[in-house]
Ligand binder design. Structure first.
Ligand SMILES: [Zn+2]
Ligand SMILES: [Zn+2]
Length: 331
């Protein structure tokens, strides 16, 4: 049996999933995939002149706690001590809360839970554990290097899902719902909704509304009516996409065994295919569709351009460090 990571394409030029929303001299980060800490320094977002790259970072938003979306989160925190953090205020970190229950076991029946006293920690607890794991280093830097405490660098928040939504970990992960506001400051209003990422709970999509326009992030999801509602008339829809032909090719030529069919369906039912993503953007009335979190990362560009079928707006195939503007150009 082969375990396949749907995002582990072999294009080494692409880093993991992360997107920044830049508003003036500040920016907000959605997800922290592998390599984003480095790429942030390359991107030099929001500020002018010579700086480290993290100075303008206001808040981090995690769509879900799959490691391909979180691997560089604590890298940013720890390296931030030396690369422009803390700013005047701690960086807000908003992400899923405690899952509440372990997922069902679909493979071997004798799976021991890791950390059984708290096997499904949310963003706040995850950060506490990470801090504890790095205690030797952190204490050294606090005591010997005079660094400010991590409380000055970050402030973590588990996203509270409104109780009336009735969402539950294993049998009602993404009920039909209205988006809800999770953060608002002088530059952005950020709304969230629950989306369908298979057994993952909670899995969020986010929408940023600014004076210049709006950007909506699908997170990882199969086609989701909640996402279409969140993204209504958005200027830019940044959507994940997977190539179903690639998934099938991983298992060779058909016919597939029932077990292979099961794995193929499992992958495809947690994600959105090239054929599905255009009509979703059309239903949402998005002006532009940016394909992101491409699986596989090394598909020829022409293959992704097939996503324009069923979409009347602009299609953009995402690239590392690509910048897409909305509103009036200021520089
Ligand atoms: Zn995921
Ligand atoms: Zn992912």
């Amino acid at each position: 049996m082969t375990w396949i990571d749907p995002h582990n394409g072999s294009d080494r030029a692409r880093h993991g999933i992360a997107t920044a929303v830049v508003v003036g001299d500040a920016f907000y980060l959605v997800d922290c995939g592998m390599g984003v800490a480095h790429q942030l320094r390359m991107a030099q977002l929001g500020q002018s002149g010579d700086f480290h790259g993290y100075e303008g970072l206001r808040d981090i938003f995690l769509t879900h706690l799959h490691s391909d979306h979180t691997m560089d989160y604590f890298n940013i925190v720890l390296s931030g001590w030396y690369h422009g953090l803390p700013g005047p205020e701690p960086v807000g970190v908003y992400g899923p809360g405690d899952r509440g229950a372990l997922p069902a076991i679909t493979g071997p029946s004798d799976v021991a839970a890791v950390n059984p006293d708290n096997p499904t920690p949310g963003t706040v607890d995850m950060t506490t554990y990470l801090t504890q794991a790095f205690a030797t280093d952190i204490n050294d830097r606090l005591r010997d290097s005079g660094k400010p405490s991590l409380d000055h660098l970050i402030r973590t928040h588990d996203i509270d899902i409104p109780a009336q939504v009735g969402a539950r970990a294993n049998d009602n992960q993404f009920p039909d719902m209205d988006p809800f506001v999770i953060m608002e400051d002088d530059r952005v209003k950020v709304s969230a909704t629950l989306v369908d990422h298979g057994a993952v709970y909670p899995a969020f999509a986010f929408r940023f509304d600014t004076d210049d326009g709006s950007i909506t992030f699908s997170g990882d999801t199969a086609p989701s009516p909640n996402l279409v509602r969140l993204a209504q008339e958005t200027d830019i829809l940044v959507h994940e996409v997977i190539d179903a032909d690639w998934v099938r090719a991983l298992y060779g030529e058909p016919p597939y065994s029932p077990e292979e069919e099961g794995f193929i369906e499992h992958l495809l039912h947690s994600h959105t295919t090239i054929e599905q993503v255009g009509p979703i953007a059309e239903q949402a009335g998005a002006k532009s569709l940016v394909l992101s979190h491409l699986a596989p990362g090394n598909n020829p560009r022409e293959r992704w351009l097939a996503a324009s079928a069923g979409f009347s707006g602009d299609l953009i195939v995402g690239e590392d460090l690509m910048q897409v503007g909305i509103g009036a150009r200021t520089s």
